[in-house]
Design a protein around this ligand. Structure first.
Ligand code: PLP
Length: 345
């Protein structure tokens, strides 16, 4: 097999979800947008449902429809982008619950799917999605008369525990929802970790379940093993890859791997990251190609048949740091070409 294998430990994933859920009394939901952060929404969703999750969040209705097919009837599936034009049939047929973000969406929903459940999103300062305080004041009574299932807002700085933005948003959310008798939801992974004041009735963990920061006690969920296509000796002064970007300084053994930037291994990682052959660190040398990467395996006892790009020695956040990005982007960039192998669940 020449494609890399992405191994997804569903036991670790559900353990992370349970750990985040046990940090307070709120019902833990589960965010499985973007195909379950790249890991496969159907498998991830079914494992979480089996572990007790009853409330799921996805970004768009199409994802919700696919998730409903995987989960069957029962769990609530919220659509974070709300009710977009043309979605009424899908929302209705697949029993999806849009989280309405504006007066426009509310009118569209009440007109095209009267009586169909919905949630609401309030903007408490992030200025991304949701109704602002003035808009909310104008539609609040109409909206509440229609019995929203959940009212949410989203934190802009939850991964920075000392940011004043967190307490500001908490205060605004409390003000905007005071006196309401409707379930509330504010916290993503970072918000869960801040403290219980942020938890309200339903939490929305994403990255922490998948093993990423800011949940520093998360169990790692993914490992990525990449086959070596061939190995060669390179003499001092010889270059490897496009642009002669890396030149050997010693007699070197170079392995060419079957993955590249088309698979989500960001091109900026060239010369800045490494892979592991068991416990030997093998630096990436030269530029990352579309489907290929060169690594220096001079220090391995023998030519490896495959190497780990993600594994016990190097998690998603280590690779993210090297690329100047976040674990979320590493996960959601994982190639469709990879063979996904699931453990547990
Ligand atoms: C993506 C998302 C989450 C999950 O966030 P994590 O930081 O991955 O836990 C929660 N709520 C909303 C509205 C989101 O868009």
């Amino acid at each position: 097999m020449s494609t890399a294998t992405l191994t997804i430990d569903l036991g670790a994933l559900t353990a992370n979800w349970t750990a985040l859920g046990s940090m307070g009394r709120a019902e833990p939901g589960a965010v499985v947008k973007a195909n379950g952060y790249g890991l496969g929404a159907a498998r991830v969703g079914r494992a979480l449902a089996k572990a007790g999750a009853r409330t799921f969040f996805v970004a768009v209705a199409e994802e919700g429809a696919a998730l409903r097919q995987a989960l069957g009837p029962g769990p609530v599936i919220y659509i974070l982008s709300g009710h977009m034009a043309g979605d009424a049939n899908m929302l209705g047929d697949m029993d999806l619950t849009p989280i309405l973000n504006s007066l426009d969406q509310m009118i569209r929903h009440l007109e095209s799917l009267p009586g169909h459940p919905f949630g609401l999103q309030l903007d408490t300062g992030m200025n991304r999605l949701g109704m602002e305080p003035s808009e909310w004041a104008a539609v609040r009574d109409i909206a509440l008369a229609q019995d929203p299932q959940l009212i949410i807002s989203h934190l802009a700085c939850a991964d920075e525990p000392d940011a004043a933005m967190n307490t500001d948003q908490l205060a605004t959310f409390r003000q905007m929802t005071s006196g309401l008798d409707c379930p509330l939801s504010l916290a993503n992974t970072g918000g869960i970790l801040l403290n219980q004041a942020y938890h309200f009735d339903v939490t929305r963990p994403g990255i922490g379940m998948y093993g990423g920061m800011p949940f520093d006690r998360a169990r790692p969920v993914v490992s990525l093993d990449v086959p070596v296509i061939q190995c060669r000796d390179v003499a001092p002064g010889d270059a490897v890859g496009y642009g002669r970007a890396w030149v050997a300084r010693r007699p070197s053994r170079i392995a060419t791997l079957s993955t590249g930037y088309a698979d989500g291994i960001l091109r900026c990682l060239g010369d800045r990251a490494a892979v592991w052959a068991d416990d030997v660190r093998c630096p990436i040398v030269g530029r990352i190609s579309m489907d290929l990467i060169g690594v220096d395996v001079t220090d391995t006892p023998s030519d490896p048949r495959s190497v780990a790009l993600l594994g016990p020695q190097q998690g998603i956040d280590t690779l993210a740091d090297a690329a100047g990005t976040i674990g979320y982007e590493i996960l959601t960039s994982m190639s469709e070409r990879y063979t996904r192998r699931y453990l547990g669940g």
